[in-house]
Design a protein around this ligand. Structure first.
Ligand SMILES: *[C@@H]1O[C@H](CO)[C@@H](O)[C@H](O)[C@H]1NC(C)=O
Ligand SMILES: *[C@@H]1O[C@H](CO)[C@@H](O)[C@H](O)[C@H]1NC(C)=O
Ligand SMILES: *[C@@H]1O[C@H](CO)[C@@H](O)[C@H](O)[C@H]1NC(C)=O
Ligand SMILES: *[C@@H]1O[C@H](CO)[C@@H](O)[C@H](O)[C@H]1NC(C)=O
Ligand SMILES: *[C@@H]1O[C@H](CO)[C@@H](O)[C@H](O)[C@H]1NC(C)=O
Ligand SMILES: *[C@@H]1O[C@H](CO)[C@@H](O)[C@H](O)[C@H]1NC(C)=O
Ligand SMILES: *[C@@H]1O[C@H](CO)[C@@H](O)[C@H](O)[C@H]1NC(C)=O
Length: 555
């Protein structure tokens, strides 16, 4: 009976098929429009229209841009990544919310929990701290989702290590620290954002993913026009220039100029930022009040760590990538971090090497460090702007080449020629690779304002290229720099908050798990250090990062 169908059923089946096809085509047509719709005005309507057409994509409704159907082969992985960054539920922020009921670091506190059993701490043990978040009236909070960072340090030893924070989702949190050095160790707990601020940041991603907008200049002869560009735009297909990268599928669109062709696009630049918070909501982002403010201790904030107990195997559960001791980073992953204190040591390590660096300004900072600290490494003047690059530096005598190139849109730099606007994945596909080739990638901070799927998509295409590179040239060294915490103002919080970075950082680490790349943990290296958080970490931190990088390259 297999394969045989009653003729009447067959006819009926054709009709059903026809109807089904019509529905699918109609849905597809609609989706094209929906995908491109993100404007604030259209948002409400779009969201309700955005009912998932694909049943496996329940999150689509929450996004201004639906990126989900773009992952046909990676659906399962993208689902896992979304679960990974899922944040505990945070309190609603209605228009008449009371600031007094929101998390207040001054009324919150932390307590060092006594050491189990023996009563004293030894190197290799763990220290646990209990954090209770309270509101401005001193009432304990009942829900989780506050953004908290913790570190353990000793100023006299220039020692520091990042803590691991656990959200109990009832207003209390634990911070756990490894104890890698002997002597005093002081706990520092920081409220980065109250949970209510997270509600607002989530809403911004949902409703204003285009709050950072971009522009392009179009030119032909004496005619010039400028239009707005973004990952997705609200318009019909006819009014759109589609610059989606055909190799990687990374999307990019500009409004079509009135007179000129899409081909006449010459530059890309950050257009600006639309700030649409209510004045009361802004109060959730006040430096010195509730944004990056220390939480006080109840009782002592420090302990004394005794020498390691040799006879016991107290293997701490907290896995950290390293810690500072006497100002120098010591890795805990088995890497011996060497000190490259002078230009001779760096030059020697880079001898015969080609180092290609790709990414945002946090990678450009490394290029700048090399050029500044190694006189023999001469920057070739390519006459490109200080912000954008691309840059190239040569030590002709030692056969060393170091390059920097920024990542593709949504790069938030000043005017960059579209001929220089490249995707990292495509650049990697053009590399020969090999034993003396080092590839350094750092891409995170320009993706904060978009739904996480935009970042996931970008990293998946970079991973594919990295794997192709490692397949054809297995001895190529690939180093990936993670995100880092930064100083926050209201503007910085809305466009690049640590809360956005935390999620992107998780995604980055997960995506490159199991790929033969080395991670450089900029997050912990910045968090553990005594210098203030900065998008561009201060020179002593960069020096340590370069020491780690060179230790990876020249082991
Ligand atoms: C806010 O408004 C709602 C509905 O109008 C009301 O039920 C609630 O009590 C108000 N909340 C505050 C904190 O004023
Ligand atoms: C917040 O609490 C303070 C002190 O308890 C009080 O003076 C103020 O009126 C409260 N503000 C609101 C909006 O409830
Ligand atoms: C919060 O949850 C933690 C972990 O489950 C628990 O130990 C603690 O007692 C809870 N605190 C409150 C106030 O319920
Ligand atoms: C844009 O171009 C890409 C690649 O050519 C294509 O897959 C996509 O459907 C286009 N999108 C729109 C809205 O035209
Ligand atoms: C903690 O710090 C204080 C002040 O810096 C110091 O007096 C005290 O001895 C320290 N306690 C421990 C246990 O290290
Ligand atoms: C300590 O660890 C070693 C190797 O992991 C193991 O053989 C030994 O039994 C452990 N000793 C104790 C006291 O647990
Ligand atoms: C590098 O400099 C630091 C700080 O001045 C010093 O402690 C260290 O011994 C030096 N290392 C090397 C290899 O020169």
């Amino acid at each position: 009976m297999k394969g045989r169908v009653h003729p009447k059923l067959h006819y009926f089946g054709l009709i059903v098929l026809f109807l089904a096809m019509s529905v699918i085509l109609f849905t597809l047509y609609n989706r094209t429009f929906i995908d491109l719709s993100v404007s604030k005005v259209a948002q409400k309507k779009i969201n309700s229209k955005c009912t998932p057409a694909v049943s496996t994509a329940p999150h689509v409704t929450k996004l201004g841009c639906s990126f989900y159907p773009l992952f046909p082969k990676e659906t399962a992985e993208v689902d896992l990544l979304r679960d990974l960054v899922a944040w505990p539920e945070t309190p609603p922020v209605p228009s008449n919310f009371s600031l007094n009921k929101t998390s207040d670091p001054a009324h919150s506190s932390f307590t060092i929990l006594p050491q189990k059993g023996a009563g004293s701490w030894h190197v290799g043990d763990e220290l646990e701290v209990l954090i209770q978040i309270c509101d401005f009236h001193g009432e304990p909070k009942k829900s989780g989702g506050d953004v908290i960072l913790a570190r353990l340090h000793n100023p006299a030893l220039s020692a520091g290590v990042a803590g691991q924070v656990l959200d109990h989702r009832n207003g209390s949190y634990s911070a756990v620290f490894a104890l890698p050095w002997e002597g005093s160790a002081q706990v520092e707990v920081t409220l980065v954002h109250p949970s209510e601020a997270v509600t607002v940041l989530q809403k911004l991603t949902r409703e204003q993913p285009d709050r950072i907008y971009f522009k392009s200049l179009f030119r032909s002869g004496s005619v010039t026009e400028t239009t707005t560009c973004n990952v997705c735009l609200e318009t019909t297909q006819q009014n759109l220039c589609n610059y989606t990268n055909v190799y990687t599928g990374d999307r990019w669109f500009c409004y079509k100029p009135k007179k000129l062709d899409c081909d006449a696009r010459t530059t890309h630049y950050k257009g600006g930022f639309n700030q649409n918070l209510k004045p009361l909501e802004e109060k959730l982002f006040q430096s010195n009040v509730n944004m990056k403010v220390s939480i006080p201790a109840v009782g002592p904030a420090n302990i004394t760590v005794l020498p390691k107990l040799k006879e016991e195997n107290r293997t701490a559960k907290t896995r950290r990538s390293g810690y500072y001791y006497q100002g120098a980073w010591r890795a805990l992953d088995g890497t011996t971090v060497q000190q490259f204190n002078n230009s001779a040591a760096i030059s020697q390590c880079l001898k015969g090497k080609v180092v290609h660096m790709f990414g945002d300004s946090t990678i450009r900072q490394w290029f700048e460090y090399f050029v500044k600290s190694v006189p023999d490494l001469k920057e070739f003047n390519l006459k490109n702007s200080k912000q954008n690059g691309p840059f190239m530096a040569l030590d002709y005598a030692r056969n060393t080449l170091v390059t920097f190139r920024c990542h593709g849109p949504p790069i938030r730099f000043s005017s960059i020629l579209v001929t220089q606007l490249r995707y990292i994945a495509n650049e990697l596909d053009g590399l020969k690779g090999g034993t003396d080739t080092v590839v350094v990638i750092g891409i995170w901070s320009h993706f904060s304002t978009f739904p996480i799927e935009v970042y996931i998509k970008r990293l998946l295409s970079i991973r594919k290229s990295v794997m192709r590179l490692l397949a054809r040239a297995p001895t190529t060294q690939v180093v990936i720099r993670t995100a880092n915490p930064k100083s926050l103002t209201l503007y910085e919080a809305l466009t690049n908050s640590d809360w956005y970075s935390i999620q992107r950082d998780k995604v980055l680490r997960e995506i490159f798990k199991g790929v033969k790349v080395r991670l450089l943990d900029a997050w912990e290296m910045t968090l553990a250090h005594h210098l203030p958080h900065n998008l561009h970490p201060e020179p002593p931190i960069i020096k340590n990062m370069i020491d780690v990088l060179l230790s990876y390259i020249c082991f």
